[in-house]
Design a protein around this ligand. Structure first.
Ligand code: HEC
Ligand code: HEC
Length: 292
């Protein structure tokens, strides 16, 4: 045993110093354990994506006549110039101020639930309910908005084409399905995806360092998967109340408002960090201005 000791020590030294020679390999392998590249579309069995649906959905996304006062469209709060999000901490709808910060709709269809507190099942459910939500569009009923669109011949035609073989294609459900299909193709692959697919040069050295730190300090425990988040709920403020740090002016009880269970107090969906640089302000109430 004594004779082998120097050999063992040398072997250990070599094993430990190996990553230094080829620094990019380990971080790529490490990253692949936690993240996956974006798919081309986020498919849904209940709402198969077709070209006609996506085109109609896109028109509807920018259609102000969906709102009670003809002033508000989805794009009012999810504006292209702000990466389909809103620069205001909280945005005004047709009738009321929104209760939380508007996230980006880009890649949102890939999340396990929608909204900060997960009170919408998927993008179709979200679109359906926002039509009659007082805060966003303010329509008194589904019929109100359906009847309005039925008076526009162009929409009657487009719904027929997008939902062939349906006796009554222009319904609130189909408005939501068309918008949902559009959202299911709003996907933004980046250099990060190229990197994950094996192109080691796709990220700069600085970015790789940041990625390494992100993994080492534990951000990755909650922000992981295809969307770097968007796949679990977590308590915001594990060691201390979150508002001590965000300086929020009102306190949101998070998922507790949906479930009324004590363990859900201050629990929020972990947001996706895709395009996060482009979508300030941050957190559910937009209380923090910058990523730093
Ligand atoms: C008046 C502003 C407003 C309008 C209009 C609006 N939204 Fe939103 N949207 C918000 C806010 C605020 C949230 C966050 C709500 C929450 O989490 O409680 C949100 C959340 C979402 C989400 C969830 C994103 C995520 O990461 O969970 C999707 C998807 C979405 N909106 C799509 C739409 C679509 C589609 C329309 C049009 C049918 C629409 N929105 C109209 C303000 C708006
Ligand atoms: C214990 C789980 C957890 C860990 C660990 C974690 N986060 Fe988060 N993160 C969350 C939750 C939950 C939110 C949403 C909080 C809210 O707004 O209510 C969030 C929000 C964010 C946001 C705001 C995104 C937006 O769109 O508003 C950023 C940026 C962020 N985290 C980055 C990080 C970084 C960087 C780290 C590591 C230093 C990290 N997170 C570690 C759970 C976590």
């Amino acid at each position: 045993m004594k004779d082998y000791l120097p050999l063992i020590i040398i072997t250990i030294i070599i094993a430990c110093s190996k990553p230094k020679e080829n620094d990019e390999e380990p971080i790529l392998n490490e990253a692949k354990k936690f993240f996956s590249p974006l798919p081309d579309t986020f498919q849904s069995q209940d709402n198969p994506i077709t070209k006609q649906k996506v085109e109609l959905g896109k028109m509807l996304f920018f259609e102000r006549r969906l709102s009670v006062n003809n002033m508000v469209s989805c794009a009012t709060c999810h504006a292209i110039e702000y990466y389909y999000s809103s620069p205001a901490p909280k945005q005004m709808g047709a009738l009321e101020l929104q209760p939380r910060n508007a996230q980006t709709v880009l890649n949102a269809a890939g999340q396990f639930v929608q909204h900060w507190v997960g009170n919408r099942k998927d993008v179709e459910d979200q679109a359906f309910k926002s039509l009659t939500g007082r805060a966003a569009f303010g329509n008194p009923s589904e019929e109100e908005v359906v009847n309005k669109l039925k008076k526009i011949p162009q929409y009657v035609e487009l719904f027929k084409k997008a939902f062939p073989n349906e006796r009554d294609p222009l319904t609130a459900e189909n408005i939501a399905k068309a918008i949902g299909a559009f959202e299911r193709v709003l996907i933004t692959p980046s250099r990060f995806d190229k990197f994950l697919k094996g192109d080691k040069k796709a990220l700069t050295e600085q970015e790789k360092k940041g990625l390494k730190t992100f993994i080492e300090v534990g951000c990755v425990v909650c922000h992981n998967g295809v969307l770097v988040g968007g796949n679990t709920y977590q308590k915001f403020g594990i060691f201390e109340p979150y508002w001590k740090y965000t300086k929020s002016d009102s306190i949101d009880e998070g998922r507790y408002v949906v479930t009324k269970k004590d363990e859900d107090k201050y629990v929020f969906k972990v947001p996706s960090l895709r395009n996060v640089v482009m979508t300030p302000p941050y957190f559910h109430d937009g209380s923090v201005e910058s990523l730093e």
